[in-house]
Design a protein around this ligand. Structure first.
Ligand code: BES
Ligand code: ZN
Length: 457
């Protein structure tokens, strides 16, 4: 065993204690009152990188949350890996559904329960500790590394793309390494080679100029909540096909090989249903559950509000109705174009009894990693060495829009080396991350750096 791997085994508890410190910081990027916590999380990581004697460590301020950056590139003849992760987290609400407090990490059944445990503090931290394992055990880091840790991923990375554009030279690399996805299953390492994109919209339907008595006016004046529901119902047909004209124009259809690869994955639909307490799955006709959840576009209402939702019954005809609607996208759909098509369609189906307003939130492109890329082969071997199990390659339905931007701006592939599980409850109450996978993640990352030079094409 190499010195770095031995160091990782010997320091499991120390790594865990440090991760807990990071998890105690409620660095919620959607919450503007948490700016101080964001700063604390960024400083924590900055101190961590500073303790590694890298060539360069710097905190870059942005118009939003700071970017923590480090680099160590002493080798002329070795590849350069740019590690990316995010230290911001989703809000913890609804807090009453957490069994233990979201920002008080708790160990139960071999898992760490805390907001950000899996998405993404725990996963991103594996790489920081992998670097430490070389430095502190007296080994050279075997490749050139750059590391970028951002604090705005959960709000669509508004300042990261400008940052990458401004620092193209500094960020030159041969590949990006990201751990912010899930493995195919427990003890089943996998590399994610596809992610979906996103277009996120907010709509408002306005009827009368004030809330009305539903007995006095009901039946004679349009109800915007009824209208909104009818409009949402027109977004898909009975086969789950999205009705926005032009929506599928740029979708690259799944090939026979894509479908065979997906069908060959060891997916257990019964266990899937059971884990969600549902009797039946649902989705676009003609596609499997795995395809629907990773390789086909979607449209979903994320939230809907308006009218009276308090205790008891208030008879009211609301003046306004609102909804947040997201669309997951696949290659080659363009989020801006899709937002425009959505807006046009939404206006076109609105009756003249209401006024509608559509606004666009953040979005991003889908991505696909080239399976022939040598970096993926090294990553697969690293997983296999640590997990002692053959790696699977799969697509996932979540979005990390910066992957497509890295490709576009820096011209490089991203290796999605996820250590989480789909059942980690990311963005939900009781988010968790397996302690064993945190440990194996650090080992896999370090092993990857050891192996990579041998795999260069
Ligand atoms: N880590 C997730 C993305 C993810 C989760 C990818 C599971 C694959 C599997 C990331 O932090 C996230 O939640 N991204 C957002 C997108 C962003 C633009 C707000 C998402 O997917 O909703
Ligand atoms: Zn994430």
């Amino acid at each position: 065993m190499s010195k770095s791997q031995a160091y990782i085994d010997a320091n499991q508890q120390k790594f865990l204690d440090e991760l807990f410190e990071l998890l105690r910081i409620p660095s919620v990027s959607t919450d503007s009152t948490k700016k101080g916590e964001i700063q604390k999380a960024a400083n924590f990581l900055l101190n961590q990188l500073e303790s590694l004697n890298l060539n360069r460590v710097e905190l870059f301020e942005t118009p939003g949350n700071p970017i923590v950056y480090g680099e160590h590139c002493p080798h002329n003849d070795k590849p350069t890996v740019l590690i990316y992760g995010h230290y911001d987290v989703q809000p913890s609400d609804p807090d009453d559904l957490w069994d233990t407090p979201a920002f008080e990490p708790t160990v139960k059944d071999g898992n760490i329960y805390a907001r950000g445990a899996s998405d993404d503090k725990g996963q991103a931290y594996t790489h920081v500790k992998a670097l430490e394992s070389f430095v502190k055990s007296g080994e050279d880091i075997p490749v050139n590394v750059k590391i970028i840790l951002e604090g705005e991923e959960e709000i669509g990375s508004p300042n990261l793309v400008p940052f990458i554009n401004q620092h193209k030279d500094m960020l030159t690399c041969d590949m990006v390494l990201i751990s912010d996805t899930a493995m195919f299953g427990k003890d089943q390492p996998s590399i994610t080679y596809g992610l979906r994109g996103l277009a996120y919209m907010e709509v408002e339907v306005v009827g009368p100029n004030r809330d009305l008595h539903s007995g006095v006016y009901g039946g004679a004046v349009e109800n915007p909540l009824n209208v909104l529901c009818e409009m949402i119902a027109k977004m898909k047909d009975e086969n789950g096909v999205i009705q926005i004209p032009g929506f599928y124009d740029k979708v690259i259809p799944l090939t026979k090989a894509d479908r065979e690869a997906s069908a060959a994955l060891p997916f257990d639909e019964e266990a899937y249903k059971k884990s969600l307490d549902i009797e039946a799955v649902h989705g676009e006709k003609g596609y499997t559950t795995l395809e629907r959840a990773s390789a086909r576009p979607t449209l979903d209402v994320n939230g809907i509000w308006g009218g009276y939702t308090g205790e008891g019954a208030k008879t009211v005809l609301p003046s306004k109705a609102n909804a947040k609607i997201s669309m997951r996208l696949v290659p080659d759909q363009d989020p801006k174009e899709i937002a425009k098509l959505f807006t046009e369609y939404f206006h076109s189906i609105a009756p003249d009894t209401v006024k509608v307003k559509v606004t666009e939130h953040h979005g991003g492109h889908a991505s696909i990693t080239n399976l022939d890329f040598y970096g993926l082969k090294a990553a697969a071997k690293a997983f296999e060495d640590v997990f002692e199990k053959e790696v699977l390659f799969s697509r996932e339905g979540g979005s990390i829009p910066i992957v497509a931007d890295f490709k576009k701006i820096l011209g490089v592939e991203s290796i999605l080396m996820g250590f989480g599980l789909t059942s980690d409850a990311i963005h939900s109450p009781n988010e968790k991350f397996s302690i064993q996978d945190f440990h194996r993640g650090i080992k896999t990352s370090a092993r990857f750096f050891e192996l990579l030079p041998e795999y260069v094409d």
